[in-house]
Design a protein around this ligand. Structure first.
Ligand code: CMP
Length: 228
């Protein structure tokens, strides 16, 4: 049976909890469904809850007044987001948009803070995740300053394949319904540059594309492009 307690156990943040704490938590969370393309919250909103992805994927986006975007992260099943404004009391730092239909566990700010108060393992998980996210943001900053678009896109494809790819023999496919514009938003490039680079990688036999699905034909060969 799909009891909330059983489902919450599968979420890494809550996995170390004992049965009693899981029961308390399962009584506090509510489940929400969101459609593809729907905003869960926007930058500047008040932070009232923590979100944990039960199914689906979301993108964390920094919007600009001119309509451009930077995608700072893509989260999938088991990931949580929306912790920053709960911890520092500031407004939401970015938009959270569903890139697939999603099911989300929602934990109110008070329940999240009570959970942290009672669970040192939860505090450690949050601190580890915040450090990881800061590291990734440092990497992104470094790449935008020191790598060309071609290497940035190659690196992003390898990371997407690692985090979200499906292996099929020696190939890995990334089926994230990400448009070329969104891939550009992920690496700080225009849709046109992404289109040109994908065409080049296709001609080199390193990737294959079918709609928005990208298949990496040889991960090793693709990685060697940025290791030189
Ligand atoms: P919050 O500021 O409440 O709302 C936006 C959320 O996006 C934020 O919490 C984090 O969960 C997430 N987020 C913001 N910036 C980053 C980042 N650089 N890397 C990963 N996640 C982020």
């Amino acid at each position: 049976m799909n009891k909330p307690r059983e489902l919450l156990k599968k979420i890494p943040l809550f996995a170390p909890l004992g049965e009693k704490d899981l029961k308390v938590l399962s009584e506090s969370v509510r489940l929400q469904k969101v459609k593809q393309g729907q905003a869960i919250f926007r930058k500047g909103d008040e932070g009232t809850a923590l979100y944990v992805l039960k199914t689906g994927r979301i993108k964390i986006v920094l919007p600009s007044s001119l309509g451009d975007e930077i995608i700072v992260s893509i989260f999938s099943e088991g990931d949580f987001f929306g912790e920053m404004s709960l911890l520092d009391g500031e407004p939401r730092s970015a938009d959270a948009i569903a890139i697939e239909p999603c099911e989300l566990f929602i934990l109110s700010r008070n329940d999240f803070l009570a959970f942290l108060q009672a669970n040192l393992s939860g505090v450690k998980s949050i601190l580890a995740l915040l450090s990881q996210r800061l590291r990734r943001t440092d990497d992104f900053l470094e790449d935008v300053c020191f790598l060309n678009i071609s290497d940035r896109l190659t690196k992003a494809l390898l990371e997407l394949a690692k985090a979200h790819g499906k292996k099929d023999g020696g190939k890995t496919s990334i089926d994230l319904t990400l448009t070329q514009k969104e891939l550009g938003d992920l690496v700080g490039a225009t849709r046109e540059s992404v289109n040109k680079e994908l065409k080049y990688l296709r001609e080199e036999g390193l990737i294959a594309t079918e709609g928005n699905k990208i298949t990496i034909i040889n991960m090793k060969k693709l990685s060697s492009r940025i290791e030189e």
